[in-house]
Design a protein around this ligand. Sequence first.
Ligand code: C2O
Ligand code: CU
Ligand code: CU
Length: 849
Amino acid sequence: MNQKHGYKMLALSLVAGALLAGCGSGGDTIESTSPSTLGGSVIKGPVNDANLTLRDMNGTALVSVLTSNGKFTLPQITLQSPYYILESMGGTYLDEATETNVTIPQNQSLKTLLSKDEIEQMISTDTPAAITPETTIYAGLVEALLTQNPNKSISEAMAEAETIIDKTLIEETSPLSAVPGDKFLKQGDLTSPFPKDQTEAFARNRAISFSYMTRDMGLSPEEVFTLIEKITENLKDGQWDNEDLNNDGVDDNATEAFGLARTKLFQDTTTKLQNGELSEGQREELRLMGFDVDRFNNNMADAQAALQAEVSQYLSSDTLPTLRRLPELTDEDGNLTDAAATYTLTAQKDVNVTIETPEGSWITPMWRYNNQALPVIIRTNRGNAMTLNFQNNLDANSTIHWHGFKIPADMDGGPDTPVEAGNSKSYTFTMDQPAAPLWFHPHPDMQTGKQVYMGLAGVFLLEDAISTQLENSNALPSGDKDVVLLVQDRRFDGNTTDQVRNLKYMDMEMDMDGMLGDTVLVNGSVVPKLAVSNTMYRFRLYNVSNARTYKFALNDGSPFKVIATDGGLLDTPTEVTSITLGAAERVEIVIDFANYAPGDKVMLVSQPFNGDMMSMMGGMNNSGSGMSGGNASGMNNNGSGMNGSSGTSMGNMDGMQANGTGLSIMRFDINSTETETVTLYSSLPSGAAIKNRLSTIDVTNPTERQFVMSMGGMGGMSNGGNMNQGGTMNQMTFVINGKSFAPDRVDEFIQANATEIWSIKNMSPMAHPFHAHAIQYQILSRNGIPASGTDLGWKDTFLVQPGETVKVIGKFEAVNQGDYMYHCHILEHEDAGMMGYFRVGDTGQLGPQ
Ligand code: C2O
Ligand code: CU
Ligand code: CU
């Protein structure tokens, strides 16, 4: 070191380039410097040709240089002041979110503030300075705090600014929650393709997130600088106060917007990883941040190939069981044609169910209604007055919740109206909504997941004048060609040769994230076959799994038509080659087997898809190594081979297959020819409610509500992504708007008959199916992109991907007064508290007990 009267000689080599508008994708590593020089990086995408100036706190410029590829080297100077501002003005960079070249407006800068001590320490350790959007906010905050309170020392202001940033822009925005390395960073070469540690990886990732945030707010890339200034100004008082950041007339929450941007970036990056599109440096960055990168060495193509191999085995197999049709209950009121219907549903345990599979069969004791081996169907007409007598013969509280029904709150069967063991309740209401594939299931407090998993769920097919007319005029397949397919994944103990196999529920630590089984049941059978003729069939496809998402498709890629979503028929049948269904979502599809000849076979599969980032975290890895120490019993060998081989490349373990694993669902055997009598409708008759977009019906200033879904307690992400550091998953929390379910708290108050817009945002690392009771929504947009295709149907449950915002509109009908639930329909999340009450109308009496 060159020392002179206590002042250190300094050569700053700053790397400018990646921190100004997004994240530093490209960029070179810092050139080797002599031990007496300081290196640095400017990240907004490595910034080129910026004017980099070192000045003291009086604003006196000491030296200026140009940046190149995000880097710069300052000539040696003598440090005479205790604090310095390092500021990068102008220049160009490649914006990460939009992949456009951006010229930084001349009056805009990125900067940082360093003490002489810090500079000396950086020189002695040969550490470069980092200039990022965050350090820019930091330097601006320090200046603002000093202006606010001139008595404050600079070092106090620096500590305060750092705390503000750590809290509002880092801790509260982390989709991974509480990772030690995710913290404010002033030093490091953020233009290097290989971050040196977790803190550097996160800092660069956050720098890129500013680019995403800018894009997602509808701003142009260069407007990031104005955004940075606004955020700085807003945070002066130590907290975020909502403010209109993008001049759209609506106040924004920067913490939330930045959190969503970070989530979206993670999700995009993990998708690229699974597609094999990341550089070694980017993979290392993800690895450092805690993702199990190596598990995804096998890419999507391998997963596809594995599924195809499994499918070809099943296509030629002659041991597939025959699809069972679900039993339909009969109206008990003695009059099948009046506008009233009565049914009894008795819930009971230990109903022995024979599970048929291609490898033989076994018996599993399940919980069922009416002693039936399979879930039952109730079919009724719009306008009917229903009496549904529920008898609870379980030894725990239960309810029947009518999922997707517009009915009064006291008949809704939520956790606030439990029916105790041995007791009964009569649910009475009138069906007044369009024909739809509805369903029902227990909804007791904290036991919903278990009771549904054990086998309690039923199908409720509502018909109306329109659906009946379409069937009668041969515009819809009906009768034998109208088939309910109830899809559920389960986990069994023992192995395929055992006579009795019990269901296993929540026996692995990761089941808290959502119960996934390794065996898919379709109407109670494993990979069943259905004989069909070469005509059109209507399948009512129900995802009644606790947590799994399916991407249904035909194995040969043939298109099919989606004709209905959760709440009713689509105005226009929509042709697709696959349809993704989250837990509790339903569609009706029409498959036309006309292009097949007798003897042909085609399979319904769930295609492999990019799992969410959750499935890539250390603790979720399926090799078993990431599980908390020694807890391997739950995943010990229990009969693999059952429709499981396709899982190998996307991650499977005995007893469980990750979300996104390719799966064989069932087979269609084309065994006869028949003259087609059906011409599928192309547009619903006038009068169908779905023809009206609620947003175009005169609604003046609908109330808008925000729901942010997030997860916490994943502290195990430290240590480079390995969760086996002692059960951190146990503290996992699932919240909406920061709140966990409380039986005595109502979160939202809604006027009767109101039409409202709800924005559901997912700031967590996994996809969540959002559901609200008593309403059918129309989706307006996803991440600002207007709804189209199957999103144009009525929805009571819809998947929200990490980083996604889904905007929906819905009308709370007059009949819907009282307290209802909104929640994630991953039942383990719901049971863990990812749920809340909303109250419709000013009823006073109804509500949480
Ligand atoms: Cu299927 Cu609370 O819902
Ligand atoms: Cu529901
Ligand atoms: Cu969830």
